[in-house]
Design a binder for this molecule. Structure first.
Ligand code: TYM
Length: 331
């Protein structure tokens, strides 16, 4: 049976890129695979970049609140802390021992992070091993992620194969091969047109609203075409985000205003497009913001979901580890 599995780093306020690239799919998949949707908050992974214990705890709570506000339903999905299942490190080690350095050295996210000035640590280098273990330990078969995580999922496929070939060449496989699934927005652009990302400082947080939201949207980079002149939707960062909030008919309508540089006989420019975008973001997340306010007042409800989910996920992890321990010759 398919099992959906995905994780998110608790690296601060989650953003529109996380939402349209991953979280929206996660929530949608719980309808399709009720009881088989496993999501976790990757707090071990966050230690590669965050050294602030209270902040880490706060971020984990915030990530959980975010998922629950956006519609994660604990009756159909699990939502747990990665660190509540320490067995994952044991599988990461078994994978490390069958994985060649050549594969590890191809990891683009490691190189990207070093290029951004993050200190190279063994943890950062080994990140893909832990992520593969995250997926494989729960027999995850479908992994909904944004495009930047595709290589990691491919590594998990490779690592599953290495362990299977080393220890289960003749029998049933020890580990199940996962497949990545991309949503409709695998690379959500940020305010400067690059991928929206915390490390580029180009993000729009999910729950920003009012003036602050309008200020952030106002900072989206555009060219300097004067008001009333035709604009090109397909190369516009504002339109790139507007598309996410509009159905096809509405996209076509907005694109028409762009190309005409006019809406209903009045000039239409980037300022108008930005106002429209800010209104859409504000309205789209308003119900979630309200649920978030409630949850922030009820941390016990959030903690109960995390704890209960971990209790349900752990036996699965235990079963995988026991199977692998036996296969490799550990007592
Ligand atoms: P993270 O926390 O960086 O991002 C969480 C999810 O959001 C997606 N995403 C985006 N999608 C489209 N456009 C963007 N601008 C954008 N920014 C982020 C990411 O692709 C991801 O799906 N290593 C993972 C966390 C992880 C994990 C796992 C994921 C740990 N173990 C096992 C899946 C399975 C990460 O850092 O994602």
């Amino acid at each position: 049976a398919p099992r959906v599995l995905s994780g998110i780093q608790p690296s601060g306020a989650l953003h529109i890129g996380n939402y349209f690239g991953a979280i929206a799919q996660h929530i949608a998949l719980q309808d399709r695979y009720p009881g088989q949707a496993y999501y976790f908050i990757a707090d071990y992974h966050a230690l590669t970049t965050l050294r602030d214990p209270p902040k880490l705890r706060e971020n984990v709570f915030e990530a959980a609140v975010t998922y629950l506000s956006l519609g994660l339903d604990p009756a159909r999905s699990l939502l747990f802390r990665q660190s509540d299942i320490p067995e994952v490190h044991e599988l990461a080690w078994l994978l490390a021992c069958v994985t060649g350095m050549g594969l590890m050295e191809r990891a683009t996210s490691y190189k990207d992070k070093i290029a951004q000035g993050i200190k190279p640590s063994a943890g950062l280098f080994n990140y893909p091993l832990l992520m593969a273990a995250d997926i494989l330990i729960y027999d995850g078969t479908l992994v909904p992620v944004g495009k930047d995580q595709l290589q990691h999922v491919e590594f998990a496929q490779d690592m599953a194969t290495y362990l299977n070939e080393a220890y289960a060449a003749d029998g049933p496989p020890l580990l199940v091969r996962p497949e990545a699934i991309l949503g409709t927005a695998p690379i959500v652009p940020g305010s400067d047109g690059r991928k929206m990302s915390k490390s580029y400082g180009n993000l729009i947080p999910l729950f920003e609203s009012g003036k602050k939201l309008r200020k952030l949207v106002g900072q989206i980079v555009t060219d300097s075409t004067p008001l009333g002149q035709p604009l090109h939707p397909d190369t516009c960062n504002v339109y790139g985000l507007l598309k996410l909030f509009a159905d096809e008919a509405e996209q076509a309508q907005i694109a028409e205003w762009y190309r005409a540089g006019a809406r209903d006989g009045q000039p239409f420019g980037y300022g108008h497009a930005k106002m429209l975008l800010a209104d859409k973001i504000d309205a789209h997340f308003a119900p979630a913001r309200a649920r978030r306010e409630h949850l922030l007042q009820h941390p016990d409800e959030v903690e109960a979901v995390l704890r209960d989910s971990a209790a349900r996920a752990r036996p699965l992890a235990r079963a995988t580890i026991d199977r692998c321990r036996r296969a490799v010759g550990l007592a």
